[in-house]
Design a protein around this ligand. Structure first.
Ligand code: SF4
Length: 698
C-alpha cells in the first residue's frame, strides 16, 4: 500500500492560533498525509490548511545551503529574479563562512555606531524556545531592545488595552468556553476563514442554543448561525461600542455588585458615555438605535457571555480604543472570570501568543515584564549574566523609519517577511535596501531575503522539536517528523551559532535545555515541564500544580493589577487616519484567505492550497461590480496614495458597497503596496483595515 506510513509522529499545526493537534503519517522521510488528533482545541478536526499544507518543505525552491549575495548585485526585488534559482544573485557558502559573515557585519555596525544601530525581527512561526533565544541574542549580544515580531501587525493594540485594563495580555477564557456561553459576540473577526476549527466550536454552540451576535462591516458565512448580524460603517467601531455602553449604563443593565467588587473607574465611564446615546452615535456607525439597544440588552442580560475579536478590531489607528471598549463592556456586565464568560482576542499565528510571552517585544522582557523596571532587569541580568539596555526598543514600523533616518543600519530577520507584510511596501522595501547589513533566516528566498547580504537556510515546522502556545494559552509540543534537507539547520542552532560569534557563552544541546531556562524567567510556565508536555501534549497556563491541566478561565477572583481590580478606560471616537474623499472614495481593507497563510511563503508553495486559490483576487459587493462595469474574473486596478496594484476581481455578497477586500498573500499584487502605515499610538499597530482607495477596471 503506497499510503502505508512507516511511522507516525504527533505534533501541532503550524498555521493559525487555534493550535490543532495532528499526526504526521511519514513514509521514506516524507509526509504522506496528516490526520487530526484529539487535542483540546480541535478534537480531531483540521481545516484545509492543516490537512493539505504540508508539502511546502519539499518545494524545489527550498534553500538547502547558506547563501551570500554576489558582489555587485544590487539589493531589491528584481522582477527577473527566480527564487527557485537563487544562484543568479547569490552564491552558496559553507556554514562557517556564512555565519562569520552574518555576525561580523552586525558586530562591525555595533562597534561603529553602537547597539541601537541593530535590530531583529523574530517569528511567531517559530517555537517558544527559538523566540526566547532570538530576543536573548538581540538583548544580550546586540545590546539593544530593538526586537519585535508580527504581533505588532496583529494584536499589539489588543494586548496594550488588556495590559492596561486587566493587567494581562492573554485571553481570559478559551474559545471552547463559547459552548458554555448563552451569548457570544464576534466582532472584527471572521473565524470560518481565519480560525476555521474554532468556528466549528462556535457552530456547535449555536446549534445548542448559544445566541451569536456578529458585529462587522462585512458579512460572513457564520451570519447563518447568528441571532443578530450587525453591519456597521468601517472605522466607526468606537462610536458603536460607546453607544452600547451608553445603553448598558442608562438602562441600568450593568452588574452593580461586580463593578463595585472588581473594578475601578466606572463612575468616570458612566459620565463619559452619557452623551453617546444610540441616537447620537447612529449616524456615525450606521446602525439604527433600536439594533444598538437590542445588542446591548442581549449581551448585558445574558447569564454568561463572551466577546471574541480579531484584526478588524486591532488593526486600526484606534485599535487600542476598540479593545478598551470591549473590555469595558465585559467589566460593566461582569461577563468575565466565570465559565462561559470572558474576553478572547483570537490570535493569528500558531505561536504569536508564545513568541510574545517569550519576549519578542521591544518594551518588555519575557512574560511582559517591563525593560524599564530596574528590578525586572536585574533579575534577567542575573539569569543571563549580561547587562541589559534600560530603554524600550523600537517596534516593527518604527524600525523601518529608523532605517530611513539612518539610525538602524543592520538587521537579523528570522522567518518574517516585512517586504510583504509591512504597510506601505515601497517605504518598507526601500528601508530594507538601505540596510548596510541584513541577515535573513528562512526556508525560501522570500521577498525579504531578496534584500539580504546573507541567507541562512532554516528548518520547517515538521522538521524540528519545540513548544508553541496557542490562542487559548495552551502550551503544546511540536515534534520533528522528517529530516531537514541538505544543510538546512534548526533555527535554535543557527541563533546559537550567531550568539557564540557575539562571544556569548551558550551551550544548548536541545530545545528542552532552552525551555528549562525559560522556566527560570517566566512564571507563566510554572508546573509546565518539557517532560510533562511529552506525556500530556498540552498544558494550559497559568497552571496551579503538576497534576492540574491549567486554567481554562482566569480572573475569577482578582486581576493581575496592583489593586487586583480591573479598570475602565474611556475612549472617544476618532476618524480613520485617511478618510475616504472624492479622489479616493472607496475603503480598502486587507486580510487573509482560508487557503493561504499570511505572506504566502508556505501556503503558496503547498500544491493543493495553491491549486485551490491560485491567483491574486480582490472582492467587491455585487453593486460595486456593476458600478465599475467589471465581471468576476476581470482585472481591477486599486490605487491609494502610496501605490497601485492590478488583480482579478470576484463578487462577495457580504461586502458592503464602497469597500474592497484584498488578501495580503500575493506577491504579484501585494496588498501592502496600498496600505496606510499610520500607527495606533498605544499598540503601534498600522491601520491595515482602512485606507482610502479608488478602483478602476483594468
Ligand atoms: Fe491549522 Fe488553524 Fe486550520 Fe487548525 S484551524 S488546522 S491550527 S490552520
Amino acid at each position: 500500500d503506497s499510503r502505508a506510513a512507516d511511522r507516525k509522529v504527533d505534533s501541532v499545526c503550524p498555521y493559525c492560533g487555534v493550535g490543532c493537534q495532528l499526526t504526521y503519517h511519514v513514509k521514506d522521510d516524507r509526509i504522506l498525509f496528516v490526520e487530526g488528533r484529539d487535542g483540546p482545541s480541535n478534537q480531531n478536526r483540521l481545516c484545509v490548511k492543516g490537512r493539505f499544507g504540508f508539502d511546502y518543505p519539499n518545494h524545489p525552491a527550498r534553500i538547502t545551503r547558506p547563501l551570500i549575495r554576489k558582489a555587485g548585485v544590487p539589493k531589491g526585488l528584481d522582477p527577473a529574479f527566480d527564487p527557485a534559482a537563487p544562484l543568479t544573485h547569490f552564491r552558496e557558502a559553507s556554514w562557517d563562512e556564512a555565519l562569520d559573515m552574518a555576525a561580523d557585519g552586525l558586530k562591525r555596525l555595533k562597534v561603529e555606531h553602537g547597539p541601537a544601530a541593530l535590530a531583529g525581527f523574530g517569528s511567531a512561526k517559530c517555537t517558544n524556545e527559538e523566540a526566547w533565544l532570538f530576543q536573548k541574542l538581540v538583548r544580550t549580544g546586540f545590546g539593544t531592545n530593538n526586537v519585535d515580531h508580527c504581533t505588532r501587525l496583529c494584536h499589539a493594540s489588543s494586548v496594550a488595552a488588556l495590559m492596561e485594563c486587566i493587567g494581562s495580555g492573554a485571553v481570559t477564557a478559551s474559545f471552547m468556553q463559547a459552548e458554555k456561553a448563552d451569548v457570544v459576540i464576534l466582532t472584527g473577526c471572521n473565524p470560518a476563514i481565519n480560525h476555521p476549527v474554532a468556528a466549528t466550536f462556535f457552530k456547535q454552540a449555536a446549534k445548542r442554543g448559544t445566541r451569536f451576535i456578529i458585529i462587522d462591516p462585512r458579512g460572513q458565512s457564520l451570519d447563518a448561525y447568528a441571532h443578530l448580524s450587525v453591519r456597521f460603517t468601517p472605522g466607526s467601531d468606537v462610536s458603536l461600542f460607546n453607544a452600547l455602553l451608553n445603553v448598558i449604563v442608562t438602562e441600568g443593565l450593568f452588574d452593580e455588585a461586580y463593578v463595585a467588587q472588581h473594578t475601578e473607574g466606572f463612575e468616570a465611564l458612566k459620565a463619559h458615555v452619557a452623551p453617546m446615546t444610540p441616537e447620537a452615535m447612529s449616524g456615525a456607525c450606521g446602525v439604527d438605535p433600536a439594533t444598538i439597544r437590542e445588542v446591548a440588552r442581549v449581551y448585558a442580560t445574558a447569564e454568561r457571555a463572551m466577546i471574541f475579536w480579531g484584526m478588524g478590531i486591532s488593526q486600526h489607528t484606534h485599535g487600542t480604543d476598540n479593545a478598551r471598549c470591549l473590555i469595558s463592556l465585559a467589566l460593566a456586565c461582569g461577563q468575565i472570570g466565570r465559565p462561559g464568560t470572558g474576553l478572547h482576542p483570537l490570535r493569528g499565528q500558531n505561536n504569536v501568543q508564545g513568541a510574545s510571552d517569550a519576549g519578542l517585544i521591544p518594551m518588555v522582557l519575557p512574560d511582559y515584564q517591563p525593560v524599564a523596571d530596574a528590578q525586572v532587569r536585574a533579575a534577567f541580568e542575573e539569569l543571563w549574566n549580561t547587562p541589559l539596555d534600560d530603554q524600550p526598543g523600537l517596534t516593527v514600523v518604527e524600525i523601518m523609519h529608523a532605517i530611513h533616518d539612518g539610525t538602524i543600519k543592520g538587521m537579523y530577520i528570522q522567518g518574517e517577511n516585512p517586504a510583504m507584510s509591512d504597510p506601505d511596501l515601497a517605504h518598507a522595501r526601500s528601508a530594507l535596501a538601505q540596510l548596510e547589513h541584513l541577515v535573513v533566516q528562512d526556508l525560501f528566498v522570500t521577498e525579504t531575503a531578496q534584500f539580504a547580504d546573507v541567507i541562512l537556510p532554516a528548518s520547517a515546522w515538521p522538521e524540528k522539536d519545540g513548544t508553541v502556545t496557542n490562542t487559548n494559552r495552551q502550551v503544546q509540543l511540536g515534534r520533528a517528523a522528517v529530516p531537514m534537507p541538505g544543510e538546512a539547520r534548526t533555527d535554535w542552532w543557527i541563533i546559537q551559532e550567531i550568539a557564540r560569534r557575539f562571544d556569548l557563552d551558550w551551550h544548548y544541546d536541545h530545545p528542552r535545555d532552552v525551555f528549562a531556562e525559560m522556566k527560570q524567567g517566566m512564571p507563566s510556565l510554572d508546573h509546565i515541564s518539557w517532560e510533562r508536555l511529552e506525556r500530556e501534549a498540552s498544558v494550559t497556563y497559568p497552571c496551579p500544580a503538576d497534576d492540574e491541566p491549567g486554567a481554562d478561565v482566569v480572573f475569577s477572583d482578582a486581576f493581575h493589577t496592583e489593586s487586583g481590580r480591573a479598570s475602565f478606560s474611556p475612549t472617544l471616537p476618532l476618524p480613520p487616519d485617511e478618510p475616504i474623499d472624492a479622489e479616493y472614495p472607496v475603503v480598502l481593507t486587507t486580510g487573509r484567505q482560508l487557503e493561504h497563510w499570511h505572506t504566502g511563503s508556505m501556503t503558496r508553495r503547498a500544491q493543493v492550497l495553491d491549486d485551490l486559490e491560485p491567483e491574486a483576487v480582490a472582492t467587491l459587493a455585487p453593486a460595486e461590480m456593476r458600478r465599475l462595469g467589471v465581471e468576476p474574473g476581470s482585472a481591477l486596478t486599486i490605487t491609494t496614495r502610496r501605490g497601485s496594484i492590478t488583480l482579478s476581481v470576484r463578487t462577495d455578497p457580504g461586502m458592503p458597497e464602497g469597500m474592497v477586500f484584498v488578501p495580503f498573500c500575493y506577491a504579484e499584487a501585494a496588498a501592502n503596496i496600498l496600505t496606510n502605515p499610520a500607527l495606533d499610538p498605544f499598540g503601534k499597530i498600522p491601520e491595515f483595515k482602512y485606507a482610502a482607495c479608488r478602483l478602476s477596471a483594468a
